[in-house]
Design a protein around this ligand. Structure first.
Ligand SMILES: [Zn+2]
Length: 139
């Protein structure tokens, strides 16, 4: 099997500087793995994880169809989960890794939760990786 040459590009949302560190890539792959679980459950291909000081607090995919809830986007679910786990509505010091650029609702939720940084995947690279990992599962 030929491996796709896709690589993850992670952008710090408020700037244009590209972040390409191994820890960031690992976290983005975690979000992608969760997105794949969502796909298997009939959801759209989105995943996200909330991280604090390198520790993964929550990982989620969207559950719009399953929950019949239009607000159940992946970032919203990851934030909700992280708040419950940390027993606070203040996620300052946390970062979120999302497979795609958060929509305005999710971005607003990140800001309200005081999430320090939003990293999101560049669409094409993430789609390539989703397909690549899908191929690996076929074998
Ligand atoms: Zn959203």
């Amino acid at each position: 099997m030929t491996r796709a040459s896709a690589r993850i590009e992670i952008f710090y949302q408020l700037g244009t500087e590209t972040v390409k560190d191994l820890a960031g890539e690992k976290l983005m792959r975690l979000a992608i793995a969760k997105a794949r679980k969502g796909i298997a459950n009939g959801q759209e291909p989105f995943g996200a994880c909330v991280v604090k000081g390198g520790e993964v607090i929550s990982v989620a995919h969207n559950t719009i169809i399953e929950d019949m809830d239009v607000t159940a986007h992946t970032e919203m679910n990851a934030i909700r989960d992280a708040c419950r786990k940390l027993k606070t509505a203040n996620l300052s010091g946390c970062e979120i890794y999302a497979t795609f650029k958060p929509c305005p609702m999710c971005q607003a939720a990140c800001e309200r939760a005081n999430i320090s940084k939003i990293y999101y995947g560049v669409a094409r690279a993430i789609i390539d990786l989703l397909e690549e990992e899908e191929e690996e599962h076929v074998e």
